[in-house]
Design a binder for this molecule. Structure first.
Ligand code: KPL
Length: 298
């Protein structure tokens, strides 16, 4: 299968590297990472060991592939969509944080699938990423139900040796993932804790409450996510990635813009529209935005 990975940061490079063991993969990212991959190939180490030679571009416009995976930061989704709209893809699948798929749908003719990837990935240096946790990929139709396109994407991941589930309940899984991000990302960035201690320590109450609020918002928009399932998902992911740093903590520690709007904005905007309270997500979001503002990042 021809696959384009738009957004070759840590996770995009890892997923692209795994797929390149079997498929024809093009990564789209930034120099010097792309340049080094063109010169020396991509090295994946840690819990997976691979050396592969995907194509590596800095301009993702006017390309064609069976599948485009979108792995940019959520705030770069519109730029990704504009670039992908100049190309031809049978299916486009987001593996991003936040509820970004609707923006892809608005910009693209291709079938847009929803997806999640629970791999831990860390960028080490140009041309090299470390897998800090072997996870799994879930892919399915954005509005749920069976999808031949999702089945083909699932078969492609499987052929590359990646554990994959083709799910018919992506609406609930998307909000479950949002609850996990709301539970872990802000509290871990503010408390400067790894994912496991975030849930086990004093910030654990905030994390669980943020997950409950996300579940309440999901139900308000017609997605049946019980509080208990959202809390259990946060606890499970924090346990599975206990020693890892969340992406928001990494962003804060590296002085970079965060995905606060895609996570806490997504919850609070929907809460306001549907008249349900989300005070914890509002507070955590405001604190992270306050930090961004103080650094001139917004
Ligand atoms: O997606 C994540 C992130 O860090 O953005 C979690 C699931 C919290 C794993 O760290």
């Amino acid at each position: 299968m021809k696959v384009l990975v738009y957004g070759a940061g840590a996770l995009g490079s890892l997923v692209g590297g795994l797929l390149a063991r079997e498929h024809d993969v093009t990564l789209v990212g930034r120099d010097p990472h792309m340049r080094r991959i063109r010169e020396d190939g991509l090295r994946v180490d840690g819990e997976v060991d691979a050396r592969v030679t995907p194509r590596a571009l800095t301009d993702g416009r006017h390309r064609a592939a069976d599948l485009a995976l979108v792995t940019t930061k959520a705030y770069d989704t519109d730029a990704a969509a504009r670039a992908l709209a100049t190309g031809e893809y049978e299916a486009v699948c987001s593996l991003q944080n936040g509820l970004t798929e609707e923006r892809l749908v608005a910009a693209l003719d291709a079938t847009v699938l929803a997806g999640t990837a629970s791999y831990g990935a860390r960028f080490v240096e140009p041309g090299r990423v470390t897998c800090t946790g072997v996870g799994a990929v879930v892919v399915g139709a954005l509005s749920g139900g069976a999808s031949p396109a999702a089945a083909r994407v699932g078969a492609a991941f499987e052929a590359a040796g990646v554990e994959v589930t083709v799910a018919d309940d992506m609406p609930v899984r998307r909000f479950e993932k949002l609850a996990v991000n709301a539970g872990i990302n802000g509290p871990s960035a503010l408390a400067r804790t790894e994912n496991g201690p975030t849930l086990d320590g004093p910030a654990g109450g905030v994390a669980r409450e943020a997950a409950r609020e996300t579940a309440r918002v999901a139900r308000a928009v017609g997605v049946d996510l019980p509080d208990e399932r959202a809390v259990t998902a946060v606890e499970r992911v924090a346990g599975d990635t206990a020693a890892n740093r969340s992406s928001m903590r990494e962003d804060v520690e590296n002085g970079r813009r965060t995905e606060v709007d895609a996570v806490y904005g997504a919850v609070v905007d929907r809460a306001d529209r549907h008249g349900v309270p989300a005070p914890t997500c509002r507070t955590v979001g405001s604190l992270i935005r306050g930090w961004e503002a103080s650094r001139g990042l917004r």
